[in-house]
Design a protein around this ligand. Structure first.
Ligand SMILES: Nc1ncnc2c1ncn2[C@@H]1O[C@H](COP(=O)(O)OP(=O)(O)OP(=O)(O)O)[C@@H](O)[C@H]1O
Ligand SMILES: [Mg+2]
Length: 630
């Protein structure tokens, strides 16, 4: 039946009634057939659809936000998430990481309708068996199911400590993607140092409940004293991105031993890559800190003080929960905010308190809590990845902070040489576009470079000032790989997939200064090379003149022309040798060469590292031919 009396809204306008199927029914619409469906307002229909979404359901529908949008991205992303976790687990235990990755294509196929081809035909991708094993701390038996079976469950989200993972999403997204594409569960085998045996769990994630569905669990043998092995069956499109990701990961973690074996097509021979560690030294362990008051949003502080149950006074609340707040500082801050020190935390006026903190001289957070790659280690690492690079340099900034969060910038560059050229984009014959490798907490960022602050700042630099050709606002056109590394207790990613770093003025500023420093070193090398080329050119001109002079002297003196030419050439060569020797003499202001034992396993490379510091040449002097021969 059509409702003849229309509802009247707040402003007196009649509201449209809608059938449950969503079709509007005009109040005075004539209908030949009676309508038996229940009539509801649009708001009522919406209300019937409303229900809470749990994170597992959300990310199952939005796996693209986490890097699992298509089989190519998903394969690299899965390897990245598992390897990140492995390196974090090794760092937590303070051991040199040994991580192995085995990727094997099976005969099972995953089919998708694609819009890549015009007819919308079906594309199929192989289902890979992926196993990542580490020698990290392992996971306690009682925690395995939750750690791997509940989205947003993990050990890092609430921790103010530098780590590759920070959200509690990574491995879960990989498991959800695996069960969506291969229908297979994840197999997790883990052992802590105190467990006599390993513990194996086979599980899926019930995304409706965001909880693990245990297929089986049992005690098993584990080949290492401690560690974790995660096995997944995932659909993937194997491309060079996988190898280049592992290469970059090894660049960022010179202390890690990474083994990768891949069977890209069923039945093929495995291809094995072994990135041995470049040095045996463990980087300084990152330290846990409490949050800094300036890193708090007012709303978060409000919630924190409302939920606090452990402190009886505002002063106690500040001292206990925040870094850099002593008793005296808490009193000063509360006084400046017009609050009494003894009020209960629930009565703190958060806006007044934050204003006082911003305007007062609250110290920056402690900056020695980070674990950077280290300039020497980065240099060794670059040399290992680009063994024939003509020139390598690195620079770093002192730790600094953005909005109360400590961070540090390190940069490096490899210039020239075949391995560098192979990594750069070839624009045309002999012209190459440089490449940027972005690292965040020692982990390569593989996608979305254009939205990433680290990439944008590299493009912002005027590289022409440093003798590198560049179109305005673009990357320099040179056979050059630029490595940009950011470490922080909280990397400000712009998306949950951790592809790109968001804008923060302090990070931009520090990175710019570091890159300018790098630019000056590259410019030094290019000038040095140009001088060498110029010198060679001059020598070749002298050689041509020498022939002429020998002929004239021979005519004047009647002596043998060849003999005179030979003597002239000998004189030129001995001058060349003397010049080369004087150039190799270290300048007083040149940085000292590293001690031989600093790089014990690569003595031949040490020579290269020293040679990489271009000596300062004396001021250019134009010789006349007579002066030169004198
Ligand atoms: N190989 C491993 N060794 C030890 N613990 C692990 C390992 N893999 C995962 N875990 C545990 O499982 C938790 C969940 O991992 P997950 O990758 O989902 O999140 P995360 O690493 O905390 O953060 P992110 O989403 O940024 O990766 C981790 O916090 C860690 O405690
Ligand atoms: Mg993780």
């Amino acid at each position: 039946m059509v409702d003849a009396t229309p509802d009247v809204g707040a402003k007196g306008k009649p509201q449209k009634k809608v059938t449950a199927s969503g079709k509007a029914t005009g109040a005075k619409r004539k209908s030949s057939k009676p309508v038996h469906k229940e009539l509801l307002t649009a708001a009522e229909i919406e209300a019937r659809k409303m229900r809470a979404v749990n994170p597992a359901q959300y990310y199952r529908q939005n796996l693209g936000q986490l890097g699992f949008g298509d089989p190519e991205h998903a394969l690299v992303q899965t390897i990245k998430e598992l390897m990140d976790n492995s390196l974090d687990a090794c760092e937590a235990m303070g051991v040199l990481p040994e991580v192995t990755v085995e990727l094997t294509a099976t005969t099972k196929r995953y089919e998708v309708v694609t819009n890549k081809t015009r007819d919308g035909s079906v594309r199929t991708f192989p289902v890979f068996k992926l196993a990542v094993e580490d020698n990290g701390c392992g996971v306690l038996k009682g925690k395995v199911a939750k750690c791997f079976g509940s989205v947003l469950y993990g050990s890092k989200f609430f921790s103010f400590r530098q780590s590759r993972g920070q959200q509690g999403l990574g491995v879960h997204a990989a498991i959800i993607y695996a069960q969506l594409t291969s229908l297979e569960p994840a197999v997790i085998t883990t052992k802590t140092e105190s467990d006599p045996k390993g513990f194996q769990v086979v599980l899926k994630i019930d995304t409706e409940k965001n909880s693990p569905v245990m297929v089986s669990s049992e005690e098993v043998e584990f080949s290492k004293p401690h560690g974790t092995r995660v096995e997944l069956m995932i659909a993937g499109d194997y491309t060079q991105k996988v190898e280049s990701f592992i290469k970059e990961l090894s660049l960022a973690n010179p202390h890690a031993d990474l083994k990768f074996s891949v069977v890209a097509q069923p039945g093929q021979e495995p291809k094995v890559l072994h990135f041995k560690r470049a040095n045996e030294a463990l980087p300084p362990p990152p330290k846990e800190i409490r949050p800094h008051l300036l890193s708090m949003e007012p709303g978060a502080l409000l919630e924190m003080r409302s939920n606090d149950t452990c402190c009886s006074t505002a002063k106690q609340f500040l001292v206990r929960h925040f870094v850099r707040i002593s008793d005296a500082k808490a009193e000063e801050l509360l006084k400046a905010s017009g609050l009494a020190v003894s009020i209960p935390p629930k009565e703190i006026d958060v806006e007044a308190l934050l204003k006082a903190a911003r305007e007062g001289d609250l110290m920056r957070p402690p900056l020695d809590v980070l674990s950077p790659i280290g300039e020497d280690a980065l240099r060794q690492s670059i040399r290992r990845i680009y063994p024939d690079a003509e020139f390598i340099c690195t620079a770093s900034r002192e730790p600094w902070s953005y909005r109360g969060v400590p961070f540090q910038i390190e940069v490096g560059a490899a210039y020239g040489g075949q391995s560098v050229i192979e990594d750069c984009e070839r624009v045309k014959e002999g012209v190459f576009k440089s490449r940027v490798i972005r690292l965040a907490n020692k982990c390569p960022l593989i996608y979305d470079s254009k939205d990433c602050l680290l990439y944008k700042v590299v493009k912002e630099i005027n590289w022409r000032n440093y003798k590198l050709p560049q179109e305005e606002g673009n990357l320099p056109m040179a056979p050059l790989v630029i490595i940009v590394s950011l470490v922080s207790t909280k990397v400000p990613y712009s998306v949950p997939g951790k592809f790109a770093v968001a804008y923060h003025e302090e990070i931009r500023e520090q990175l710019k200064l570091a890159l300018q420093n790098l630019g000056r070193m590259i410019q030094g090398y290019i000038s040095h090379r140009q001088r060498q080329e110029h010198e060679q050119h001059r020598q070749s001109i002298f050689q041509i003149y020498a022939k002429e002079i020998a002929r004239d002297i021979s005519v004047l003196t009647g002596q043998d022309q060849e003999l005179i030419y030979g003597k002239l050439m000998e004189s030129i060569k001995s001058k060349q040798r003397a010049k080369a020797a004087s150039r190799l003499k270290p300048e007083p202001q040149a940085p000292p060469a590293p001690a031989p034992e600093a790089i014990p396993q690569h003595p031949e490379k040490r020579m290269l590292e020293i040679a990489e510091i271009p000596p300062q040449m004396p001021k250019k002097k134009q010789f006349t031919l007579e002066e030169y021969l004198r």
